[in-house]
Design a protein around this ligand. Structure first.
Ligand SMILES: [Zn+2]
Length: 223
């Protein structure tokens, strides 16, 4: 009689406990990773996020990590990044800072994710109704928040491309500034990381922007 492993039992109950292996990671292209993230986000939007046995995944991930992507997201508590893409333990690196802005530590983290750990995709993900973006529009000054918002300010200073009221009370303007902020962050990654821009030119990775819709949970890749 065949003994059923703990893992087999979990699979029977619809729990996924796989952790990405080095070989599986190596077989992925940047475009395949984007497609996987889009499919995962469609499941999230439909409310069909995969059930995962995290205890088993943790044990299987001890030996190393071979994630597919690195995502830079806002701090916002309403955006559970792994869930948004229906990803489990060992699937993706996630860096978070209010306003999803780039700094030297974030760049170093992205370089580690791609050059050292083999991730194929860099995503900078902004979102609608972003409090950090609203604060930058309003020119809020308070403690270290002043310096943080200063990194978003360039997106608020773009003169062309938006017709309408340029205030933090206009949700369309807040979304537009968040999109510009993502675009500028992607440009900064390319301009300031020789490692990542060379990997992108060589086709080893892609660097893309994305926007998260607060009312539906849908992610739209913008670049
Ligand atoms: Zn935000």
């Amino acid at each position: 009689m065949q003994t059923t492993s703990e893992g087999g039992q979990a699979e029977k109950h619809g729990l996924v406990e796989k952790v990405l292996t080095k070989e599986e990671q190596a077989g992925l292209t940047p475009d395949m990773v984007i497609a996987l993230l889009k499919e995962g986000n469609e499941r999230f939007v439909r409310g069909e996020v995969t059930l995962r046995n995290h205890n088993e995944q943790i044990r299987r991930a001890v030996a190393g990590q071979y994630p597919k992507a690195v995502v830079l997201s806002c701090l916002d508590s309403r955006i559970p990044v792994e869930d948004v893409f229906d990803r489990g333990i060992g699937d993706m690196f996630v860096a978070r800072v209010a306003g999803n802005t780039v700094n030297v530590d974030i760049l170093g983290s992205m370089e580690f994710a791609c050059k050292v750990a083999g991730a194929k995709l860099v995503v900078v993900m902004g979102h609608e109704l972003c409090g950090a973006v609203m604060g930058a529009i309003d020119g809020v000054e308070m403690g270290h928040i002043t310096a943080l918002l200063g990194k978003i300010r360039p997106a608020t200073l773009i003169a062309e491309g938006f017709e309408g009221e340029r205030t933090s009370g206009n949700v369309d303007y807040v979304r537009w500034v968040a999109e510009q902020n993502v675009r500028l962050a992607v440009e900064r990654v390319r301009a300031e990381s020789a490692i990542l821009s060379e990997m992108e030119k060589g086709g080893d990775i892609r660097i893309v922007g994305a926007m998260y819709a607060m009312d539906t949970g849908k992610v739209t890749f913008t670049q």
